[in-house]
Design a protein around this ligand. Sequence first.
Ligand SMILES: Cc1ncc(COP(=O)(O)O)c(C=O)c1O
Length: 371
Amino acid sequence: MTAQRNVPFFNYPRAYLDDRENLMKIFDDVGHRGAFIMQKDLRDFEANLASYTGANHAVGVANATDGLELAWMAIGLRPGDEVICCSHTMLATAAAIKTAGGVPVPVELGDDGLIDPDAVEDAINPRTVGIMPTQLNGRTCDMDKIMSIANKNRFFVVEDAAQALGSRFKGKHAGTFGNASAISFFPAKVLGCLGDGGGVITNDASLFDKIYQLHDHGRDINGDVKSWGRNSRLDNLQAAILNHNLQSYEKVIQRRRKIASLYQKKLGDLDELQLPPAPDADPNHFDIYQNYELQADRRDELKKYLSEHNIGTLIQWGGKAVHQWERLGFSVKLPKVEKFFERCIMLPMNMFISDDDVSYVCEKIRLFYRG
Ligand SMILES: Cc1ncc(COP(=O)(O)O)c(C=O)c1O
């Protein structure tokens, strides 16, 4: 048996300490230039983000929640307009629809934990104007199905790609299928900064203009006020950090895919678990494993047992799907999502865990079920 180890779910200090020397150089460089707001690092990052994803345009914003809201505001939701989203997503997805003036309609998930296209079809009614798929856990939905429903019905699509930078479906990047999308750079994201940060990408030039104005007091790229707006800018310092982190991004993704393969290899035979798709399970999907979320029998007992062995796990969104926040006005019942939330748990998945850490986690899980 392996000696006791400590495997936290995510180690926030290490997001800084492991790369301290480089980060200090960035602080110093930005500080010396006094380049705090809307400077070259931000412009470079926007260009890098667009080029990496293959999108025509990118705007750095304060966080992905703002980005999603600004995208829907730019599209122009009217009171009563319904947008269908998955109930297994961060409340931010639904909140963005709501704060932009629409009505979020949460629906069921499919077997891979992402929005179920059949459930989307079932939820369509004369008030529906859009779909907001979440590219959850670093996996892109079957966007052929989602876009075919959207095109047939002339719906808008805003992808919540907060967790999915670099994830692809049939070779096309998450966030580039619909009208616009937002990505999060929260520190624990695969591409994280040292605070809040987000980006919006779009292929639509006129939507880009509107989102750009909305995020900077209504000003266009020349500083001329064209509309009402607000301040939701990505800090230049965070952009400089993101430019730096983007350079090693492919290596980071490969490491996360390797960890997912190890989990699959060491846990794949346990009937008590339902693991997420393995990295090579379907050539149509390239997953970046923002999270490693599985379903487990006796989930709460397993979580407690792992915690007693210094292994951090997390139940996404504090254990509640969007529609389960009844005080926000939801009354729908979604049995598949509800069942999922009795069983889901996320194992450590990040750059700070070693192969030995993964073996330790898997050994403890096997011991829990098989003694
Ligand atoms: C699926 C999803 N949507 C939206 C967000 C919101 O991102 P941010 O924290 O950058 O506002 C997150 C962040 O965790 C997320 O995971």
